[in-house]
Design a protein around this ligand. Structure first.
Ligand SMILES: [Zn+2]
Length: 215
């Protein structure tokens, strides 16, 4: 089983590890900092032994990385792994922005029905089954989220159930939420955000989240 170091230290950008299996273009490694698409958070970009990783895929609790055909890696081989930190950090900030906004929705509308979510490098989105325009709610949530960000609250991330790799994040006095994504340590890392409504039809409303500071 790959040891998932992106949970122990989500700020680590390079790692020396060892290849544990090779199946054509697909390999696994002893330990990894390279997140694979899960819970709506996109995979990292990066390299293993200078080969670009074409796809990172979670399969049960294992993660497999697809490399270009013709790579020469063998099981037991030491390799250096790097991730695109600019991309990862943007994903982490937008992911947590989405976590905050979703919790604000649930607190004021406990029956809110989330039907989708996606975290990309330029924006995050949350879709709700919602019978009317969600627009009137957004200024209040936008202000409240920015207040929590400015307050620079500590975010705890830990295992609920380590053998099954179930994790949560918690802001004391606000929420404790199950999630296996990579989380920032403090809310101020997000920087100010802006919410925007998109009407996607069929009784669904989309909330888009943008970071005002893209650094
Ligand atoms: Zn999360």
């Amino acid at each position: 089983m790959t040891q998932k170091l992106f949970w122990l230290d989500p700020y680590q950008t390079s790692l020396d590890t060892t290849v544990t299996s090779v199946d054509g273009p697909r390999i696994s490694v002893a330990s990894t900092i390279f997140y694979a698409f899960s819970g709506g958070q996109e995979s990292d970009h990066g390299s293993i032994a200078d080969y670009a990783v074409l796809e990172a895929r979670k399969d049960g609790l294992e993660i497999y990385y697809s490399l270009p055909a013709g790579h020469t890696l063998r099981p037991g081989q030491p390799v250096h792994m790097e991730i695109d930190w600019t991309r990862r950090y943007r994903l982490m900030r937008l992911h947590f922005a989405a976590e905050l906004v979703l919790e604000l929705f649930y607190k004021s509308h406990p029956a809110a029905d989330k039907v989708g979510a996606h975290i990309a490098q330029d924006k995050a989105r949350i879709d709700f089954a919602w019978p009317e325009s969600i627009a009137p709610l957004l200024p209040g949530f936008n202000d409240e989220a920015n207040r929590m960000i400015a307050a620079d609250l500590a975010i705890k991330s830990a295992f609920d159930d380590e053998p099954n790799e179930r994790r949560y994040w918690e802001i004391e006095g606000f929420a404790r939420v199950p999630c296996g994504g990579t989380h920032i340590r403090r809310t101020a890392e997000i920087g100010p955000l802006r919410l925007k409504r998109d009407n996607i039809g069929r009784g669904k409303e989309r909330v888009e989240i943008y970071l005002l500071s893209l650094a």
